[in-house]
Ligand binder design. Structure first.
Ligand SMILES: [Zn+2]
Length: 183
């Protein structure tokens, strides 16, 4: 059957604000009973510690019926998040300066490697020649996100739109992306 994930990421958090923002969100989720305060291993894929669902986890989702969610892993270091990608669609990434969409993403492979190692890198736009930070490029359907803060919900029923919007407000109105998939 596999495991599903839904990740809400903060596209604007810097390495310095990520831990503070993460704490603010987790404190609220704990206060509302959506997750438990102590993150433990075994509730997410791999060894990442994750917050187990709380007694009111169903308040975060559209349809709780039959749901059996696992944990919420909170990432506060630079991380590459992705959505499971349907091969019928080509990846398109758009330059935030000129809006040009690129189908050939080979240009991104070295910058993605560099970002993975350091949390920083740029891509020169072939259309407008601007040097654009990798994290600022806009991927179709939130295919990829290069961020310093992400909340990964494992095997939760679909998160309610209102809940996701509230996370965005808690993150100071920062831009968010929503990445979903299956492993
Ligand atoms: Zn451009």
């Amino acid at each position: 059957m596999g495991d599903t994930f839904q990740t809400v990421v903060d596209r604007d958090a810097t390495p310095d604000d990520a831990p503070r923002l993460a704490r603010a969100v987790v404190d609220l989720l704990v206060a509302e009973g959506i997750v438990l305060a102590e993150a433990e291993p075994g509730w997410a894929l791999g060894d990442d510690p994750a917050h187990p669902p709380g007694p009111h986890w169903h308040r975060a989702v559209t349809d709780a019926l039959g749901g059996s969610p696992e944990g919420v892993a909170v990432h506060t270091r630079h991380h590459i998040f992705y959505s499971s990608f349907d091969d019928r669609w080509a990846a398109v990434v758009a330059c935030p300066c000129c809006g040009t969409g690129l189908r050939d993403t080979a240009l991104f492979s070295a910058p993605i490697d560099r970002w993975y190692r350091t949390g920083e890198s740029d891509v020169d736009c072939p259309a407008c020649s601007e040097t654009v930070p990798l994290a600022a490029w806009n991927w179709t359907e939130d295919h990829l996100a290069f961020v310093h803060l992400g909340f990964e919900f494992w095997n939760w029923p679909r998160l309610a739109e209102e809940f996701r919007a509230r996370l965005g407000r808690l993150l100071g109105g920062h831009r968010t992306a929503y990445l979903t998939g299956k492993v």
